[in-house]
Design a protein around this ligand. Structure first.
Ligand SMILES: NC(=O)c1ccc[n+]([C@@H]2O[C@H](COP(=O)([O-])OP(=O)(O)OC[C@H]3O[C@@H](n4cnc5c(N)ncnc54)[C@H](OP(=O)(O)O)[C@@H]3O)[C@@H](O)[C@H]2O)c1
Length: 300
């Protein structure tokens, strides 16, 4: 019998982190997993001394879910954003290289925009050139590149519109929980109708990541999102159809909504590579329904 995989998880209290903890504690994973969580204040990924200790910790794999992900605030908090999304991943990758530890680092659809993919609405494959529009996107693209250059035993997993548990601490929720809360408060809602995305349940992403690291699948870039794509307006509509809420909901174009950080109207990631490897996440709609059911927002 093979010995359990020793995994260090950075950011275990985040949306994705919580789901990874759950997945790695399920008994059906082979090999088994010996999971250690790495969280503040004991472990801060921006602390170089903590990273050098990590290289001697004997992990087989380190998973980094930590990020500066307040996309609009990042436009002015540039230094903080790059520290967490670009420099910390670089030093983490170097520490992993020193310890012979594989690294899984999480990235985002915000690294993509433009070209034929945007013009013709063709999902971006992993090898499409990155073209970030925002500080957040730039910092994540830099982080990806620095990790891949520093340590060849790295997986970079790009995902989109994550939602899980009660949401991201930094963002004060996620799109789904925020829509439900605002609708219950009776607030009129204006939601962008011309930005297409592949919102992804953290639970499904965690299952995909567990496959990548336990099988293990080849290092490099991977896209993992729920299947299909929607505009944020369509996604909100589906949330309200499923929950039976009926807020005053108005579609607005990006040009009117004008978020602080620029967004691509089409940042849908292609999951073809993952599909070829046998990893198929559920569709956007069924993942949403499953999330709402588990959250007790629709009857089971
Ligand atoms: N959220 C999205 O819509 C989205 C979309 C695409 C990609 N992503 C990417 O997916 C990944 C996971 O996102 P998420 O939504 O799960 O994030 P999240 O809920 O905001 O969680 C981030 C986690 O990182 C931890 N963290 C922050 N700074 C840290 C530091 N200096 N040292 C150690 N830990 C630190 C936080 O710790 P505390 O518990 O102490 O706060 C938290 O547990 C990120 O890489 C993000 O860029 C997210």
């Amino acid at each position: 019998m093979s010995s359990p995989l020793k995994i260090g998880l950075i950011g275990s209290r985040g949306q994705l982190g919580q789901e990874l903890v759950r997945r790695f504690s399920e008994p059906d994973l082979a090999p088994g997993v010996d999971l250690r969580t790495l969280d503040r204040p004991l472990f801060d990924v921006t602390d170089r001394a903590a990273l050098s200790e990590l290289s001697g910790a004997g992990f087989d794999v380190v998973i980094n879910t930590s990020a500066y992900n307040a996309v609009d605030a990042a436009e002015t908090a540039v230094r903080e954003c790059f520290e967490l999304n670009a420099f910390a991943p670089l030093f983490l990758a170097r520490a992993c290289r020193e310890g012979g530890t594989a690294l899984l680092h999480v990235s985002t659809d915000y690294v993509m925009s433009g070209g034929i993919h945007e013009e013709e609405q063709i999902p971006y494959p992993e090898e499409a050139p990155t073209r970030p529009l925002s500080v957040y996107g730039l910092s994540k693209a830099a982080g990806e590149r620095l990790v891949l250059e520093a340590w060849e035993r790295s997986w970079i997993v790009r995902t989109c519109g994550l939602y899980g548990g009660s949401g991201s601490g930094q963002k004060g929720g996620n799109f789904v929980t925020t829509m439900v809360r605002l609708a219950r408060e009776g607030k009129p809602l204006r939601v962008v109708s011309d930005q297409r995305v592949g919102p992804t349940a953290a639970r499904d992403l965690a299952r995909g990541i567990a496959r990548l690291v336990t099988e293990p699948l080849p290092f490099g870039l991977w896209h993992l999102t729920n299947g299909g794509n929607v505009s944020w307006y369509e996604f909100a509509r589906t949330i309200f159809d499923l929950t039976g809420l009926s807020p005053d909901l108005t579609p607005v174009p990006l040009s009117v909504y004008r978020p602080v950080a620029p967004r691509s109207p089409f940042s849908v990631l292609s999951n073809e590579k993952a599909h070829r490897a046998g990893i198929v996440l559920p569709s956007v709609e069924s993942a949403l329904e499953d999330f709402l059911r588990r959250a007790g927002l629709i009857p089971s």
